[in-house]
Design a protein around this ligand. Structure first.
Ligand code: PHE
Ligand code: NA
Length: 446
């Protein structure tokens, strides 16, 4: 195995993969995108995308990664040299780079709220006051950058010291804790005045929305983002796997857990949205305006919850961010023959700097600088989730579905001779590519 690192146990790998999947995407992004896309119809289409496209593509990434035992670009090259397939890997490196740039910014917001509860500053905000508490913060210059840099410094530090030590341990403890906190909060949210309205928003679809291509585009983008798909993060992780791990059950676990986290987060958020009369389409700030209202309503116990919650979300974001950085670092290590330390520092610094315009775009100094009508952060988020990730996922599906010999793909995935195997292949060949292509086209023409 030419001396590459490996995961010690199967559990270690599942924890790392779940750690990559569960992050800001489930809580921050799921809520704001569901809110902007009208709730129920979005949720249904999103779940369809997760199971019809996300799950098969995730298994394809696991299969590619473990077969290649190398970084994303080389995983394509070694299997198919002198073809266009390695474009999939290159696109992945590009996506990971762009996504991490703004991911660090949002994680910085989380740290700021954690800190504001630690010092008590957030506890004394009057009811209804978090809208301006939040806008004041993101509208400043030094604040968002400071917290973004702090978060990125931790990410770079962990990648600098290697893959196994950093990731496995923290996920084992903190992921379950985050689940518990979210469930407790969800139960509390169900007692709020706006509960019925919030649940109706999230779970009863407005049928007219099904004819809006924009909802499909958001749903597929969110499905890729939340499962860490289409950019070789999962290829990179599974390249550290021993040949004995059962990939299909690992993929199923990741998808189920990730989806549960998102739905429970939705049950926390939307009842509160209707209780505190905030617009569900408030945008990327949604959870930062809403959740603190809930915590403050809970009195002094709420302070404890708030501190714990923001801490755990920051930890979840950390393991996702590590997997994002790991994609470009693994690539740079092989491509430029850099050491892990050198790659982590160089790539990490570049990504952090690229995040600065995003940090300043939410009402700060770059607030009026719009690209395609959107602030910088929203633009990078949209381009990656709706275009580069989707395109990456398309290439991955086609690569395994059509580019590999069927028997070889089935063997590597551990599905040869199983009916599930042939269903999987046909999803990779037809269903997923067609779905993704239609959505990309709808997006371009609308
Ligand atoms: N899936 C992560 C989340 O939901 C984000 C992510 C995207 C991580 C792509 C790695 C790759 O927060
Ligand atoms: Na996720």
């Amino acid at each position: 195995m030419n001396g590459r690192e490996q995961f010690a146990t199967k559990l270690g790998f599942i924890l790392a993969a779940v750690g990559s999947a569960v992050g800001l995407g489930n809580i921050w992004r799921f809520s704001y995108v569901a809110g902007e896309s009208g709730g129920g119809a979005f949720l249904l289409i999103y779940i369809a995308c997760i199971f019809l496209i996300g799950l098969p593509v995730l298994l394809a990434e696991f299969t590619i990664g473990r077969r290649g035992q190398t970084d994303a670009v080389a995983a394509f090259t070694s299997k198919a040299p002198k073809t266009l397939w390695p474009l999939g890997g290159i696109l992945g490196v590009l996506s990971s780079f762009l996504i991490l740039s703004f991911y660090g910014v949002i994680a910085g917001w989380v740290l700021y709220f954690f800190y504001s509860y630690l010092t008590g500053a957030a506890a004394s905000v009057p009811e209804g006051g978090f809208e301006s508490f939040f806008t004041d913060f993101v509208g400043s210059t030094a604040g968002p950058i400071f917290w973004q840099f702090l978060f990125m410094a931790v990410v770079i530090g962990i990648v600098y010291f290697g893959v196994k030590k950093g990731i496995e341990l923290s996920n084992r403890i903190f992921m379950p804790l985050l689940a518990v906190i979210l469930i407790v909060l969800a139960v509390y949210s169900l007692t709020l005045d706006g509960a019925a309205e919030g649940l109706a928003f999230l779970f009863s679809p407005d049928w007219a929305a099904f004819s809006d291509p924009g909802v499909y585009v958001s749903a597929i983008g969110q499905a890729f983002f939340t499962l860490s798909l289409g950019m070789a993060a999962m290829i990179t992780y599974s390249s550290y796997l021993p040949k004995t791990t059962r990939l299909p059950s690992a993929a199923g676990n990741v998808v189920l857990l990730d989806t549960l986290f998102a739905i429970i987060a939705g049950i926390v958020i939307f009842p509160a949205v209707y209780t505190f009369a905030v617009e569900p389409d408030a945008g990327p700030g949604l959870i930062f305006i809403i959740l603190p209202e809930v915590f403050n309503m809970l009195g002094s116990g709420g302070m404890f919850f708030a501190i714990l919650f923001f801490f755990l979300v920051a930890v979840a974001a950390l393991s996702s961010a590590i997997s994002l950085l790991e994609v470009s670092v693994a690539f740079a290590m092989r491509k430029f023959s850099w050491s892990r330390k050198q790659a982590a520092l160089t790539v990490g610094t570049l990504v952090t700097l690229l995040g600065v315009p995003s940090a300043l775009s939410q009402g700060g100094p770059l607030g009026d600088f719009l690209i395609a009508g959107q602030p910088f952060l929203d633009f990078v988020d949209m381009v990656t989730d709706e275009y580069t990730l989707a395109l990456g996922g398309l290439i991955i599906a086609l690569f395994v579905g059509w580019g590999w010999k069927q028997e070889e793909a089935l063997n590597e995935a551990g599905l040869s001779g199983s009916p599930i195997g042939s269903i999987w292949i046909w999803f990779l060949r037809i269903v997923a590519p067609l779905g993704i292509a239609l959505v990309i086209l709808a997006n371009i023409f609308s």
